[in-house]
Design a protein around this ligand. Structure first.
Ligand code: PBG
Length: 327
């Protein structure tokens, strides 16, 4: 049928009907909130480039997790700022390491929370790279050893899911193997499968104190120009045993999210990263955009592209808006 029989606006006049035919719905069940844990007691250090986000000592992190769960967001992704760093990231591989201690403390006080542990070395190495350096570059196979050791100890501390973000070849297989050998065959792996070498990680590197001291991450993170290569990365991770595949960042990579969802029958996560968050906050603070409206539009677009899970620093704000809408 053509106009005038067909009028697409007919479905837009009534709010109830408009909601009924809405093709994409964001739910709090989709959201994961990233949090940063640091040493000390009573520490709540603001991250200047990420308004509303803090480095929290374990005691205050536990309180933050309680508030997060009360707001309806049941999953958190933990990053650690260690007391001291070393050459290989071994400081992150024991039950005494910062994130492991945090997980133990959270699990002691909160039952209904799902803890995802990021696995990487950049927060823990003196040079700020994601792996062990040999001849001026990150050595892939040596790095697999620390990634596996870090993953095992995070699982032992009680992590509900392991999320490797290093982009080494073979890490999912190495992590799956060590988890299975030690009785953690039920612990899922959410792999940062298609992780791009992105300028949007800037604020995070302030938050996690993880900027590389020399060079950049382009020999291991992906070239933003590539899409077919992302499909190969995802396929490889699935073969190695990944349970969830991730695309990161989200906004400049909606096409990658879309392809990932349609080419593989897998749960897809998208990471709405720090720079994407900070741009919205900065423009909102200047009243250049309607911050809440833009935030919801962005999250909806990530979901519409095909993401099942969205990792976002906006998680609690979104949960509050969804609650208002349903009230
Ligand atoms: C660690 C890691 C990074 C992010 C998540 N895990 C930074 C990086 O690769 O430099 C970025 C998250 C964000 O920007 O919000 N490798």
């Amino acid at each position: 049928m053509n106009f005038p029989q067909t009028r697409l606006r007919r479905m837009r006049y009534n709010t109830i009907l408009r909601n009924m035919v809405s093709e994409t719905k964001v739910s709090v069940d989709d959201l994961i909130l990233p949090l940063f844990v640091c040493p000390g007691k009573g520490v709540r250090k603001p991250i200047s480039s990420m308004p509303g986000n803090y480095q929290l000592s374990i005691d205050l992190l536990v309180e933050e997790c309680k508030k997060t769960v009360a707001a309806g967001v049941k999953a958190v992704l933990l990053f650690g700022i260690p007391e001291s760093k070393d050459e290989t990231g071994e400081v992150a591989c024991s039950l005494d390491s910062i994130v492991q201690k945090a997980i133990i403390a959270i699990k002691k006080e909160i039952q209904d929370i799902f803890i995802v542990a990021d696995v990487c070395n950049c927060e823990y190495t003196t040079h700020g790279h994601c792996g062990t350096i040999v001849d001026g570059d990150v050595d892939n196979d040596l790095t697999l050893k620390t990634l596996a050791a870090q993953s095992l100890s995070l699982a032992q501390a009680g992590a509900d899911m392991i999320a490797p973000s290093d982009m080494m070849d073979g890490r999912v297989a190495a992590i799956r193997e060590i988890l299975d050998l030690n009785g953690f065959e039920k612990t899922p792996i959410m792999s940062y499968s298609a992780k791009y070498a992105s300028g949007f990680y800037g604020p995070f590197r302030e938050a996690a104190e993880s900027a590389p001291k020399f060079g950049n991450r382009s020999t291991y993170q992906m070239n933003p120009a590539n899409s077919n290569e992302a499909m190969r990365e995802i396929e490889q991770d699935i073969v190695e045993g990944a349970d969830i595949v991730m695309v990161k960042p989200a906004l400049s990579y909606l096409d990658i999210i879309y392809r990932a969802k349609h080419e593989f029958n897998m749960p897809v996560a998208a990471y709405n990263v720090s720079g994407e968050f900070s741009m919205v906050k900065a423009a909102g603070a200047n009243n250049w955009i309607d911050e809440k409206r833009v935030m919801m539009e962005i999250i909806t677009s990530i979901k519409r592209a095909g993401a099942d899970i969205i990792i976002t620093y906006h998680a609690v704000e979104i949960a509050n808006i969804l609650k208002e809408q349903n009230a």
